[in-house]
Design a protein around this ligand. Structure first.
Ligand code: CAA
Length: 259
């Protein structure tokens, strides 16, 4: 597949995915979603890739939301389909078995914030702005913003942000726990790479297990405590476990095979 709306680069085992519609503030249309899904299910899964950074091109926006011009004339069924499609792609990101970091370089609004929230960790540049302004358009968020924002910042603040549609600055997002770090725009990608590298050097099997266990906490009908018992137990049959414990015992650095 040719990517026309997204740039990709693999360097030092890190796949950087850059949303690339800067004139439309990287708004998420159907073409972007098709490309993003293809990237996550074809490129990001290869052995060459050990972690993913998602960011936006230009200095102004990560993504200013779903493409309003594209959905403005949708009917009820098309609206439901748009929401379900977006949620399905963001679920692929949330449950991805390698670390995915959102490097939020500007506006992360509506679907843009929802994309960032589907990533495992969020970093922001100091010019970043966050919000779920959907109510100002007469819609609710559709890509799981009501769910993930509530998980990340708690019910009261989530309802305030969702009902007012207010935009907040990076330092407030940091205070709320919506992002983990705020840095300058120049430092954003190197900070994301640094963080990703500190994950990548760990056991990929154990990191995938951690992602699965944490997701289990938020999944209805699944007991996260049981998931942890299963994942912990499974580790004892892996080469990563043998390598990690052997390295500890022999006072050397582990070199994990990732299986
Ligand atoms: N969809 C489509 N186009 C968008 C867009 C979006 N979400 N956001 C910005 N653009 C376009 C603008 O229409 C404009 O295009 P033209 O030059 O062709 O007119 C271009 O990007 C630049 O935008 P502005 O001129 O508006 O830039 P600004 O600096 O004056 O304002 C902004 C920036 C405050 C982010 C403003 O663009 C804005 O409010 N954007 C919409 C934000 C929004 O409501 N997002 C939620 C979308 S709905 C959603 O996401 C639903 C869901 O959950 C699934």
């Amino acid at each position: 597949m040719n990517y026309e709306n997204i740039l990709t680069e693999i360097k030092d085992s890190i796949l950087t995915v850059t949303l690339n519609r800067p004139k439309q503030l990287n708004a998420l249309n159907k073409a972007v979603f098709a490309e993003l899904e293809h990237i996550m299910t074809n490129l990001a899964v290869t052995d060459e890739v050990k972690g993913v950074i998602i960011t936006g091109s230009g200095e102004k926006a990560f993504a200013a939301g779903a493409d309003i011009k594209e959905f403005a004339h949708f009917n009820v069924e098309e609206g439901k389909e748009l929401s379900a499609d977006g949620q399905q792609i963001f679920k692929i990101i949330e449950t991805f078995n390698k670390p995915v970091i959102a490097a939020v370089n500007g506006f992360a609004l509506g679907g843009g914030l929802e994309l960032a929230m589907a990533c495992h960790i969020r970093l922001a540049s100091d010019n970043a702005r966050f919000g779920q302004p959907e109510v100002s358009l007469g819609v609710t968020p559709g890509y799981a913003g009501t769910q993930r924002l509530t998980q990340l910042v708690g019910k009261g603040k989530s309802l305030e942000l969702l009902m007012t549609g207010a935009m907040i600055k990076a330092d407030e997002a940091l205070n709320l726990g919506l992002v983990n770090y705020v840095v300058t725009q120049d430092e954003l990608i190197s900070k994301a790479e640094e963080l990703l590298k500190s994950v990548i050097k760990q056991s990929p099997v154990a990191v995938a297990g951690v992602i699965k266990c944490v997701d289990a906490y938020y999944t209805d009908g699944i007991d996260g405590f049981n998931t942890e018992v299963e994942e912990f137990g499974k580790c004892f049959g892996t080469e990563d476990f043998k390598e990690g414990t052997d390295a500890f015992m022999n006072k050397r650095k582990a070199d994990f095979p990732g299986k």
